[in-house]
Design a protein around this ligand. Structure first.
Ligand SMILES: [Zn+2]
Length: 465
């Protein structure tokens, strides 16, 4: 028995030690694991989207704080200016439990800064952001992220001073507004109904003077509202009205017959299918070309006007195709007749000039070739940029003799008249645009109209205002 006991005892002791080690491990491992997890050292990620470096009268900020490791404990945002600090946001977030940490891992930031309401004046300032997490580091204060953003507070809207006096614009006609904006880096322009005409600086000695060529679309009424507007980098917006007079114009009505012979001649060069990909033919094809393609072609010309030279390339009146007769007028209301029935209505956005076949087409004025290619119903076309948003276009050419990017002078030959595109006979379709609005070329062929409405205004500014 004693022997047995003595044999058992050491064995029992070993078991006991093993048991104690096992129990210790059982307690220690999770504690060690917990300690490692809860002592994590990754800081909260803070993101603040700054719309620009400027804070205006009221500026919205968006952003986020996230801490996947321990959860977000606290967020603090302040605005520091001239040693004075205003707390914009201070928020603490709940903890789930001591063991598991914070209950929120992602917090969206959305706040509006209105410096005047906070009693903060204009000038340089600093946005300071601090965020803490629920890590046990730093004696349970958590990991801290700290960020600074330098900003400029500007709560004053720019001031607009209109320098031109008379603004008489006809339906389908153009005009010029010259004005001064107190902040030269403001985005500015003239709004005519739903159209925006950007103001361009850099022409006059005073860099704060802007020039905007404007147009009243042929479909806009004489009750159209016009004003200048400017928005600075801080988002401060201002509008200024000025006196103007809008003249009503009547446009000619015209009916065009479409014989089958014309369709057989013209339709093969167009490639147009319906929405199901079916190729169209005959009058059905003509109607698609005349509406859908016409719209696409005009949009292409409009897209060219997004970029314009920051210069007045042109001078004096614009040249009309020499020795030519006017065949169609600007904004003619056209009806199309096929087999005795009216099948379509469109507006004719240029003037058709006919001379002898294959006549040389001169540039109407100095400018830059921004398009020299085929454009659907317009056929072979050249578009000139005359600067500050004024363009002229020459369509249905049989030959193009200039290249895109080339500078041309008034009278330089651009190409020869022809019948390309939707032309039934040799002629030049001459069009003009201010930005993306087609305007009546008649005004620009008229020396006295240009003198009264454009040149004299520019001269007045040069002479001092
Ligand atoms: Zn035409």
């Amino acid at each position: 028995m004693r022997q047995l006991f003595s044999e058992l005892k050491p064995k029992n002791k070993k078991v006991k030690i093993k048991l104690i080690i096992f129990l210790c491990l059982l307690l220690f491992l999770p504690s060690a694991w917990l300690l490692i997890m809860r002592m994590e050292g990754s800081k909260p990620a803070v993101l603040l989207e700054l719309p620009s470096q400027y804070i205006g009268l009221s500026t919205e900020y968006k952003g986020s704080v996230s801490d996947p490791g321990s959860g977000v404990r606290k967020l603090w945002i302040g605005l520091l200016k001239d040693g004075k600090e205003v707390v914009l946001k201070e928020e603490e977030f709940p903890s789930q439990s001591f063991i598991s940490g914070g209950s929120v891992n992602d917090i969206p930031i959305q706040m509006k800064i209105e410096p005047r309401k906070l009693g903060i004046g204009d000038g340089k300032a600093i946005i300071r952001i601090a965020a803490w997490d629920y890590s046990w580091r730093n004696w349970w204060h958590g990991n801290r992220t700290y960020l600074e953003h330098e900003v400029i507070i500007d709560t004053k809207p720019p001031e607009i001073d209109i320098l031109t006096k008379n603004h008489n614009i006809s339906q389908g006609g153009a005009g010029l507004v010259i004005y001064r904006v107190s902040e030269t880096d403001a985005k500015t322009g003239v709004v005519v109904g739903g159209n925006f005409f950007p103001g361009h600086s850099g022409y006059f000695k005073d860099g704060a003077v802007f020039m905007a060529f404007i147009a009243l679309d042929h479909l806009q009424g004489t009750d159209t509202e016009i004003h200048v507007e400017a928005i600075d980098k801080a988002g401060n917006f201002v509008r200024a009205g000025f006196p103007y007079y809008l003249k009503k114009r009547s446009f000619k009505k015209d009916t065009i017959s479409i014989p089958d012979q014309f369709l057989n001649w013209k339709m093969p060069e167009f490639d147009i299918a319906d929405s199901r990909g079916r190729q169209l033919a005959g009058i059905e094809k003509f109607l698609a070309v005349n509406s859908t393609m016409r719209k696409e072609n005009a949009d292409l010309f409009a897209s060219l006007t997004g970029k314009t030279g920051n210069n007045l390339y042109w001078k004096g009146s614009f040249l009309r195709l020499p020795k030519s007769a006017t065949k169609s007028g600007f904004a003619d209301r056209r009806s199309y007749r096929y087999k005795g029935k009216i099948v379509d209505h469109q507006y004719h956005m240029g003037i058709d000039l006919a001379s002898t076949a294959h006549s040389s087409v001169p540039a109407a004025n100095d400018g830059k070739v921004v398009f020299a290619d085929v454009n659907g119903i317009y056929g072979k076309t050249v578009v000139l940029d005359h600067g500050f948003g004024l363009f002229s276009l020459y369509s249905h050419l049989s030959r193009i003799m200039v290249q895109k990017g080339e500078m041309v002078s008034r009278g330089n030959i651009l190409g020869l008249t022809g019948t390309t595109g939707l032309a039934g006979g040799d002629h030049l379709h001459y069009g003009m645009m201010v930005q993306n609005v087609f305007i009546n070329p008649l005004e620009w062929w008229d020396r006295s109209w240009i003198q009264n409405n454009i040149t004299s205004k520019i001269q007045d500014i040069h002479n001092g205002y």
